[in-house]
Unconditional design. Sequence first.
Length: 461
Amino acid sequence: METCYVETWLHNKVRQTAIDCPELGSGDGFKDLSHISRSHIEAFQFFRLKRVLDYAFQKSKYYKEMFCKIGITPDDIRSMDDFVKLPFTEPDNLANIPHKFACVSLKEFAQEYLLDTSGTEGKPKRVVCTQHDIDQMIDFMSAGMRTVSKSSDTIMLILPDGRPNSQSDLLTKGVLKMGGIPVTCDISVSPDECIQAIEKHRPRVIFTSPSRIHRITMGYKPRSRLRELGVQTLFLTSEHVSSTMRKKLKEIWNCEIHGHYGMTEMGLGVSVECHAHDGYHFNEADLLLEVIDPNTGKLIDDDSEGELVFTTLIREGTPLIRYKTHDISRVIRQPCPCGAATLKRIGSPVRKMRSFVTIGNNDTVYPSFFDDEIYSIPEVVDYQAVISNKENTDCIKFVVETTEEGLGIEKEIKERLLKNPVIDSNIDCGMLSLAEFELVSMGTLRSKSRAKKLIIDNRKR
């Protein structure tokens, strides 16, 4: 199995920083840099952490006020035990007062240096990036892409718009940096046009969302020809890839499936699933990750599931300290089966707390909860769940986009959903009903944004 390129990239970052910064490189542990260990990486991260804490204290109004309020300065942070006593940064604070987080004057930066979140999960948030920040994002995107491809590969990006410093634009620059050939295809084009572009350019890697490539796949006839197009890897972002969809896409395209996890505040492209398919290797040169109990805020051990919290280590425009993602996962410390022995990784799947919906007998569902049952039906292209309440009973209506119409599809979907233990138990106790199945024609649920929200909650609270 090919060694994870992200590990090589990170080791080189540690070595170069030790050479450039005597205060790090003069330590006893850095006399021999031929072999980089986990302790080297953690010393490197703490070195950068100390610097970013001082920088934020000096430049950010928000963090200056935070330190003053708790009565300490960055000089008082001498260990990770000291660091975890700092308060969390809530996403709503960044959404409401982004100017107080910025460490540079917003007037000095053009629109393309302002990155905005989609607002799918909570209020839209804005982070300002310097050219240094943009360059660092491109650098990791190059390393991440190199982990799932070869340096000379043609890579197709099927993403929203290509405005300056969009995800599509930065990835294009990342592919160029690694020596690859980028080809962009906007999501506004039809599935047929996407296939024509794939046939023309013959990419070895396609980077897009699971729902987008699934729609392209389901709209192509005969599907057996897709495996003849030479695609080696589907690199999928923005949404969870269910095991059913992963298996289907792998069989139809005859290629590897790799997932990606990230968010705008983190720096867009920040993690990659390697060839071992056992979690996501992330940008440890810029991100310090913690896992906390979402209810108590207490730090929990690696390998235990909780809310991901991150601190940026080299960000100039909008550094973030102990930023709560509201995403649930775990951090895996054990060596990866791919051979990366010094990297931590984010466990899969990652679930978004703000998309959690409670139904029936206080059970939790979320986007992708029904994926395995519904996407196992060959004719299904996409679906949406709509929750309402009638006479104290929760009702779920499924709008299902299919390649064909027929009562047999509706019956089969219902039968498979009833095998889901959560659905079955709530129906048995009278707390839930599967109210309706609406089959719609192909293209009806097509999303024009990067991500989608499957569950619509129409209940009055």
